[in-house]
Design a binder for this molecule. Structure first.
Ligand code: SF4
Length: 441
């Protein structure tokens, strides 16, 4: 039988990466082989993201280029998934008629069926409805992790009820749904049986896990159960909403051995006025207090965050409050973005937009401050011994391996492939902005 190939391009967050893994598995079961050569592919899937303007534009640009590719390969199927597919639906076909399948965020598991339907009827298929039941979240997955994978993503919830004024997620991924605890635990057991050592729990707001299901499940309870599974050496999670970070969750750090000392806790702004306009439901003082509790529960915990500059109406004073918050907290890492309008959100309708040049200057100032903090934080690790879970061969030198500390810092050191999957003590000998150099003890 002639071999058939699929190619997937993923934009955006870890959630999309995880869903692309599900799509790959479905297509494999349908007889397709994965290829990295897009020209060879019989099925091309573009998994899109529209949380930020840049990722959305990149997705459009890639899809536009696929048109010419398809001309040279009749019968090729182009499927578009993710948030742009959910948001645009039929409109995508008008803009880019080369598309065969548009599948929204609740139809990831139906990708194969939709491809077959499109082939059978010779017309494009669009499926972007929201499903009420739990079938989209209670995935009884048989997805194998990538060969030799040390770490794997596990979705524990999807959707969001928070409606932060700048964010499209609640409109594109629907209301919050939590996956059944037993379903998650089964997946974690399957992953550890395949050699996975670290699980990264995913959701738009993992802290509120269990609230929507009203079956008594809770995020601290879930962490406890996963921590008790034999073979789970490390647990991480993302993303956390500060308003839902309870003392109970904070108490899990230090108490659950496998839970790594790292939290990604998006603050978005250091100005109470802007936080209120963003509908974030906490103040800068609330945030600072949480950071204090986290550091008390897990000394040395790494705290990373997201920051938006130039939210509509942001004054220089608001921006200085953000810099001041950064000085107070001293983040280990920061993802910072210029605000951009996202269609359908409250913020997009606000009139007092900040000029592009002002946003750019503020972003540069903020990133330069963060660079100083990150260097300081990394420098303080020189001479210290860190527990590193080795996850691969270094990209820069094949006699080096790479791994992560419990605080999620990348460390490269001299070592061979047999160390992959092992946790080793490494002394940090040199530090850079984004990585550390070490030597195995
Ligand atoms: S918590 Fe806010 S920023 Fe995060 S996904 Fe929900 S609406 Fe978007």
């Amino acid at each position: 039988m002639e071999e058939r190939y699929f190619y997937i391009h993923t934009f955006g967050c870890q959630m999309n990466v995880q869903e692309s893994g599900q799509i790959a598995d479905i297509l494999r079961r349908d007889g397709y082989l994965k290829t990295k050569d897009i020209r060879k592919a019989d099925v091309i899937i573009v998994n899109t993201c529209s949380v930020r303007e840049k990722a959305e534009q990149k997705a459009y640009s890639l899809i536009g280029r696929l048109k010419d590719l398809k001309k040279g390969k009749p019968g090729q199927i182009i499927g578009i998934g993710g948030c742009v597919a959910q948001q645009q639906g039929e409109e995508l076909l008008k803009r880019l008629p080369c598309i065969d399948v548009v599948f929204g965020t609740h139809h990831v598991r139906r990708v194969s069926e939709l491809i077959h339907r499109s082939k059978a009827c010779g017309r494009p298929i669009v499926e972007t409805s929201f499903l009420d039941g739990d079938e989209t979240i209670n995935i009884d997955s048989e997805d194998p992790p990538d060969e030799g994978a040390v770490s794997a993503y596990v979705t524990i919830m999807q959707g969001c009820n928070n409606f932060c004024s700048f964010c499209v997620v609640p409109y594109l991924r629907g209301r919050e749904k939590s996956r059944a605890q037993e379903n998650i635990l089964n997946e974690v057991r399957r992953l550890t049986a395949k050699g996975v050592k670290e699980v990264v729990l995913l959701g738009q707001n993992v802290n509120s896990y269990g609230r929507s299901s009203r079956n008594g499940a809770s995020f601290p309870g879930l962490l406890q159960e996963i921590g008790a599974i034999s073979g789970v050496e490390r647990i991480r999670f993302t993303s956390s909403h500060p308003k839902d970070l309870t003392d109970d969750i904070i108490g899990c750090f230090g108490r659950i051995k496998a839970l790594c000392e790292h939290i990604h806790l998006p603050v978005q702004s250091g100005s109470d006025r802007i936080l209120s306009m963003m509908n974030r439901q906490y103040t800068r003082n609330d945030y600072i207090e949480m950071v204090g509790k986290l550091r008390a529960a897990a000394p040395g915990i790494s705290i990373t965050s997201d920051m938006i500059v130039g939210y509509p109406g942001e004054t220089e004073e608001d921006f200085l409050d953000t810099l001041n918050l950064m000085e107070t907290v001293r983040f280990d890492g920061l993802f910072s973005f210029k605000y951009s309008d996202r269609g359908g959100t409250l913020a997009a309708r606000q009139r007092d937009k900040v000029a592009e040049e002002v946003k750019s200057v503020r972003l540069t100032r903020l990133q330069s401050l963060q660079d100083t903090h990150a260097r300081e934080k990394n420098k303080a690790l020189e001479g210290r011994t860190e527990e590193v879970l080795v996850d691969g061969i270094s990209k820069n030198a094949n006699h080096d391996v790479t791994g992560r500390t419990r605080t999620n810092r990348v460390v490269n050191f001299r070592g061979a492939a047999e160390l992959i999957g092992k946790t080793v003590d490494v002394r940090i000998i040199k530090t850079y902005r984004h990585s550390l150099r070490g030597e195995k003890i």
